[in-house]
Design a protein around this ligand. Structure first.
Ligand code: AMP
Length: 130
């Protein structure tokens, strides 16, 4: 069962945050190819791209996954979607189409424990995913 941590813990760099690879990317401790940043999110290129465009959009506040976001902070998801739409347009994906994916938990295929949305485009994507 996933244990929630308080916002205070998240922002103060609680233990789970210190070990988090995406928190390290946000802090610049691990290199990334950053495409976009604002006060709430960072977007960077996926290290193992599955399409010509493959970005990850992550909140600066550490949430493990969808289940870890307190109800009164769910508006971060709207913001992530609005950034994904902006980037898709800026990168020329809007005409042909693109995909936004969130993998949640083990059977959902989540491998990094900091919520992230994949933005994929630039080739014909198939469905369902494996
Ligand atoms: P998921 O499997 O949905 O949890 O996605 C995690 C994604 O993070 C994968 O597509 C990885 O290729 C990507 N990833 C892992 N480490 C890094 C990194 N240091 N920089 C960029 N992308 C990464």
């Amino acid at each position: 069962m996933l244990k929630s941590i308080s916002k205070k813990e998240r922002n103060r760099g609680g233990e789970r945050m210190v070990d988090c690879i995406f928190c390290k990317i946000i802090k610049g401790e691990i290199e990334s190819q950053r495409i976009y940043e604002d006060d709430k999110v960072v977007a960077f290129k996926d290290i193992d791209p599955q399409a010509p465009t493959h970005l990850l959009i992550i909140p600066k506040v550490h949430y493990s996954n969808l289940l870890d976001i307190p109800e009164d902070e769910l508006n971060i998801l709207v913001h992530i979607h609005s950034v994904a739409i902006k980037l898709a347009k800026d990168l020329g994906l809007a005409d042909k189409g693109f995909r936004i994916v969130n993998n949640c938990g083990k059977e959902g295929g989540q491998s990094v424990d900091h919520i992230h949305y994949h933005l994929l485009g630039g080739r014909q994507l198939t469905w369902p995913p494996g």
